[in-house]
Write a protein that binds this ligand. Structure first.
Ligand SMILES: Nc1ncnc2c1ncn2[C@@H]1O[C@H](COP(=O)(O)OP(=O)(O)O)[C@@H](O)[C@H]1O
Ligand SMILES: [Mg+2]
Length: 469
């Protein structure tokens, strides 16, 4: 197989360290800061492994003979998985560069949107992990999970690992950390002694029980990507612009979780007085979190022309009913149902345009959503990815690009805490009284999902830190 036309890969020192470390390991792990060169390193490692697999298979079973028919059985089959379909672009581009097109001496013969064929009957499938049930279980000879930490927790353990068992295939994990989630517990702890000690303590085991020599990995920071000279300077700037936790994760590639208060609000800067001047807003957006035993909370936010998001009002209450079977048109101004409460909240600030304001709904109560839709609200689906919302809000508070006005949202935010070190929690935090936070983050669905990082000045390495769909 010729690779004449493929560009030469000149790994940075950090990337070389990774390739050496994982050389003989079935499972390879690269944890690095944003733009650190993980995807490039992953693609280069995939190419090496494909070449090795085909050389071995050639001596063990002889050359590939194309099978007859429309759906030929691949000789070797691989899979690349990213958290979303859009995020598959990066590994695709890197693979295309390093595998090269067959027409000019490389390996790729055919490129469909979700399936590539390489010379010699080698097939690569591309899958997004946002619908794990669609990750059909073929056997694979190798899998690459890019931005693995952002995949849902069960995708590896419940959907993908088994697809490697028939072939004893390999897996490569490349990722920026996202706190101590599944990637830390199930993957990184198997190759990193410090993480193994931590996880062992939590699980009442010994570090030796956690460490697994078939897992090997390396970690490096953004600034260690010496292929892009400006990243070192940008990392220094990011340390000033970002909250500590977000800097540690995204640039230093720390798995650390900072225990204690998540949102640090400073009264003078973040709590506004009453009565916003509505002409300052270029758009409005509302979000609602439906509680059954907990309060229901609805927040209205405005985006100013200067690119800042201000809370306008939040209404939160427990025990208010949803279904108003009474005549809506007659009762909307004085009814005590959630539909009329939200109507009055929006109408107070937007007048007759109340029905234009997007009202972001979570997916868990389609029945309630339907009631609002039927009454003419501009209902849209909320963006519900939690860590992305935390990262966005922490950063926006830090840079002064979000402001809180109501006492009820203020109190809720200041009480949200991560568990103390050494404590495990399936939720991001200790308490469950986060209803107003949920309504607020749903209202902010658009900026959070846009992937833009709300710093004062733009940090190139941070753009697309995860939410973009
Ligand atoms: N070994 C390398 N040689 C040249 N450029 C590189 C190398 N490694 C990374 N880069 C460049 O650095 C940037 C970030 O690399 P990438 O692998 O996409 O980072 P990450 O996946 O960690 O965010 C890309 O523009 C890429 O082209
Ligand atoms: Mg990448």
């Amino acid at each position: 197989m010729s690779l004449r036309s493929a560009p030469r890969y000149a790994p940075t020192a950090a990337q070389s360290r990774f390739h050496r470390k994982v050389r003989r390991a079935r499972f390879a792990v690269a944890v690095a800061g944003r733009r650190g060169g993980k995807t490039q390193a992953g693609a280069a490692e995939v190419r090496e492994r494909i070449l090795e697999d085909s050389a071995r298979k050639l001596t063990e079973v002889g050359p590939w003979r194309p099978s007859e028919g429309k759906d030929p059985k691949p000789w070797l089959r691989y899979c690349v998985v990213s958290p979303t379909y859009a995020l598959l672009n990066e590994p695709k581009m890197a693979l295309q560069a390093y595998l090269g097109m067959a027409a000019s001496g490389g390996m790729i013969i055919e490129q469909g949107p979700t399936e590539w064929w390489l010379v010699g009957g080698i097939r690569i499938d591309f899958r997004s992990g946002d619908r794990p049930e669609r990750l059909v279980s073929h056997g694979y000879d190798g899998i690459w999970l890019d931005e693995a930490a952002r995949l849902k927790a069960g995708v590896w353990a419940e959907n993908l690992r088994a697809t490697l068992s028939d072939t004893q295939g390999w897996a490569i994990f490349t990722s920026t950390p996202l706190g101590r989630n599944w990637l830390y517990e199930q993957i990184w702890a198997k190759c990193d002694p410090k993480a193994a000690a931590e996880v062992a303590k939590l699980q009442g085991k010994k570090p030796e029980d956690i460490l697994d020599p078939s897992f090997q990995g390396a970690t490096w920071t953004t600034a260690e990507n010496t292929a892009l000279a400006h990243l070192a300077a940008e990392m220094a700037q990011a340390q000033i612009e970002l909250p500590e936790e977000q800097f540690a994760r995204n640039y230093r590639a720390d798995f650390d979780v900072f225990p204690g208060q998540i949102f640090r609000l400073i009264e003078a800067r973040h709590l506004l007085g009453h009565g916003p001047d509505m002409s300052r807003f270029k758009s409005l957006s509302a979000g609602i979190d439906i509680g059954s035993t907990h309060p229901t909370s609805c927040s209205l936010f405005g985006e100013t022309w200067a690119g800042k998001w201000e809370e306008i009002e939040t209404e939160s209450a427990a025990g208010v009913l949803f279904d108003d079977s009474e005549d809506w048109a007659r009762r909307k101004s004085d009814g005590d149902m959630w539909t009329s409460r939200v109507y009055r909240l929006l109408e107070r600030w937007a007048g007759p345009d109340w029905h234009r304001i997007p009202l972001k709904f979570p997916a868990d109560r389609p029945d309630v959503r339907q009631q609002f839709e039927a009454r003419g609200f501009n209902v849209e689906s909320a963006f519900q990815e939690h860590e992305a919302a935390i990262a966005w809000f922490q950063t926006a508070l830090h840079s002064g690009r979000v402001a809180v006005r109501s006492g009820v949202l203020w109190r809720c935010l200041t009480n949200i805490r991560r568990p103390d070190a050494g404590k495990r929690s399936t939720k991001a935090w200790v308490d469950e009284n986060d209803d107003e936070w949920d309504g607020a983050r749903y209202a902010l669905s658009e900026p959070i999902a846009s992937g833009e990082v709300p710093t004062r000045t733009s940090l190139t390495a941070m753009q697309q830190w995860g939410a973009r769909r």
